[in-house]
Design a protein around this ligand. Structure first.
Ligand code: TPP
Ligand code: MG
Length: 619
């Protein structure tokens, strides 16, 4: 056997740079490089390996969590056909990535996480940042990754790498199993040399399959579709990741079945397709909710049926509603007691199109769908209409950015009240035009993710829309964007607090307690005094961004034009109204206190009990 005597750290880098993926005959490298922050747990191992492999580029980030966000955003824009390796030292660097790992796993996005680990040899324990356990010497903080990852391994001997690395790749490139993959590397093992087989470092091309569902299930599904009167499609992220948007278009044009879209599925059809009812569920449009509620057959494609999609299990009210789920993941395809078509969305839709033959929904149903779709677009124009009152409303800002952005440009967001407004309102033309991390809804995803999205799609403008709370949680990757010359635009909507959780607090009777950025009233102890003097423009400028301060819609338009001309990351700040929002058209279950001395809570609880009556089991 031909071997290559190198360290574990060097071997990891050598292996990663030789991994490729191929789907539909198109081949590309799987890793765009490595993101991270060095520390004693990684610098001499993988860090040293990176330093002698400059063709596998290392990007220094400012927080390990945001490394993972960058990688996820890249993976999402690449339809999961590429990602980064994210490295950290031991201890806090590693645990900083736990949130990122959960975020990647929940969103079904591939990210390789390589945290450094404590000495496998143990004789120097406890090392700096080591968590000691009195019950086991086989525990480190990296065990925290176990529930939030799809594959977890710790390399205690160099040769374990030989059998671990192929597993790492199998899981990362598997459309059904992908998520965060953890390769925990003790710092002493990383620096150890070993005679690795040369074949470990050969170029490997991981072929991404398009598995077909069971043929009997497919025929059963076609029978159900042909017998249905009010079918509806819920298009999830799987439609886009599988590149099934054209197949979906063909299917709905052939059959007239209306489409609703989840957060990850928005863009499956262009917003102005007459059969696109837009957003589904809690943050859905009135039309999508009406049609879904009365539907006798729900066809979920690439969706994991989160509570936002099912309106906390109140969205489907037809007494005999049935479900067909087309999903690459067996786990998801069985949800709602569906007829499970476990397989790839594109090939599955292609086969169904042939089998449904001349099936079409009734003309009246189709007409009603197209009317609802048109009505909603008119509503959107009303929300987007500039009123001239100050501070501007969030919807006016969304409308202005939407009108300014080109058809291939991307809006990117994660948490706050913006995701719901964007889901309802944003007129998405291109399947990659709507980038929402709304699986984990991680505050702080946005500014970092802008980097990953731009790296994946350098020919698109990326508009990161972020609230003041999210921006304050994690804005530090602006520095990385400046360092790397990566340009995107951040539109920062400052409403001096949490419109989202404030509204939620009000709805459960707690009157926006603790959701405003205000000084504390010394007498009452509540945070109701003056607004905090946070200067967002100065903050962004201090990190190196180009900054434009907008005050109304006219200056916002000018700021967007100015931002487009810039070559470095630009932050546009604008103050928005905390209260003026877009209404909701479906219910979301957030548990309400059963007993309270507050009238508002008692009232909220009785409403809550009423709403819960519409919840259903699908057995
Ligand atoms: C890490 C994290 N902590 C808490 C939450 C709960 N949460 C969701 S939105 C939000 C407030 C967001 O504030 P801001 O960005 O200003 O948006 P706004 O609500 O004002 O639209 C909070 C606290 C979360 N999603 N993520
Ligand atoms: Mg806010």
């Amino acid at each position: 056997m031909i071997t290559n005597r190198i360290t574990v750290g060097q071997a990891v880098v050598m292996f990663l740079k030789n991994q490729f993926v191929e789907r539909d005959g198109i081949e590309s490298p799987f890793f765009a490089g490595c993101l991270g922050i060095f520390g004693h747990g990684i610098v001499a191992g993988v860090g040293q390996g990176l330093s002698q492999n400059p063709d596998f580029r290392y990007y220094m980030t400012r927080n390990e969590q945001s490394s993972v966000h960058i990688a996820m955003a890249y993976a999402k824009m690449k339809n999961r056909l590429g990602t980064f390796a994210c490295i950290s030292s031991i201890g806090p660097g590693a645990t900083n990535m736990v949130t990122g790992a959960a975020c990647a796993t929940i969103n079904r996005l591939p990210v390789l996480i390589i945290p450094g680990d404590i000495f496998a040899r143990r004789n120097v324990a406890p090392v700096l940042q080591q968590l000691e356990s009195v019950t086991s010497q086989d525990v480190s903080v990296n065990d925290c990754f176990k529930p939030v990852s799809k594959y977890w391994d710790r390399i205690n001997r160099p040769e374990q790498l030989i059998t671990s690395l192929p597993e790492v790749m199998r899981v990362l490139t598997s459309p059904s199993e992908t998520g965060a993959v953890i390769l925990s590397l003790p710092q002493d093992v990383q620096a150890e040399a070993f005679d690795f087989p040369e074949a470990l470092f050969r170029k490997r091309v991981w072929k991404i399959p398009r598995p077909r569902p069971d043929i009997n299930h497919l025929h059963e599904a076609v029978t159900l579709i042909r017998a249905s009167f009010r079918p509806v499609i819920i298009a999830g992220g799987g439609v886009i990741y599988s590149d099934a948007t054209e197949a979906l278009l063909k299917f709905v044009e052939r059959t007239g079945i209306p489409v609703t879209e989840t957060f990850a599925g928005k863009g499956s059809l262009p917003y102005n397709h007459p059969l696109n009812l837009g957003a589904a569920g809690v943050t859905g449009t009135p039309g999508a909710n009406e049609i879904t509620s009365a539907s006798d057959l729900v066809i979920g494609i690439g969706t994991r049926y989160s509570d936002f999609t099912t309106a906390s299990k109140t969205a489907f009210q037809h007494p005999d509603v049935k479900f067909i789920n087309i999903n690459i993941t067996d786990f998801d395809s069985h949800k709602q007691s569906a007829l499970a078509l476990t397989g790839d969305a594109k090939v599955c839709l292609g086969e169904i199109i042939e089998l449904v033959k001349d099936y079409k929904v009734a003309a009246g149903y189709k007409k009603h769908t197209t009317d609802l779709s048109k009505d909603w677009d008119e509503q959107v124009s009303k929300f987007y209409k500039v009123t001239g009152s100050l501070p501007v409303s969030q919807a006016e800002v969304v409308g202005t950015v939407n009108a300014f952005a080109g058809p291939r440009d991307v809006v990117l967001c994660a948490a706050g009240s913006l995701p719901g407004d964007l889901h309802k309102l944003w007129r998405t033309v291109d399947p990659k035009g709507f980038h929402l991390e709304y699986g984990y809804s991680t505050m702080g995803y946005e500014c970092a993710a802008g980097i990953g999205a731009k790296m994946a799609c350098p020919d698109r403008e990326i508009y990161v829309m972020v609230g003041d709370g999210n921006y304050l949680m994690m804005n530090n990757e602006i520095v990385t964007a400046i360092q790397e010359g990566i340009k995107f635009t951040i539109v920062l909507l400052n409403n001096n607090g949490f419109a989202s959780i404030g509204g939620l607090s009000q709805s459960i009777g707690s009157q926006r307690f603790g959701t405003k950025y205000r000084y504390r009233d010394k007498k009452t102890g509540s945070m109701t005094e003056e607004i905090l003097p946070v200067d967002f423009a100065q903050n962004a400028r201090s990190l190196g961004a180009y900054v434009v301060e907008a005050h109304d819609i006219e200056s916002l338009k000018a700021a967007l034009a100015e931002a487009k001309k810039q070559t470095r990351t630009t932050v546009i700040t604008i103050e928005t109204d905390l209260i003026k929002g877009v209404p909701g058209y479906a219910w979301w279950e957030v548990a309400v206190a059963e007993i309270s001395n507050m009238d508002t809570v008692q009232k909220a609880y009785s409403d809550y009990v009423e709403k819960k009556k519409k919840q259903r089991y699908f057995l």
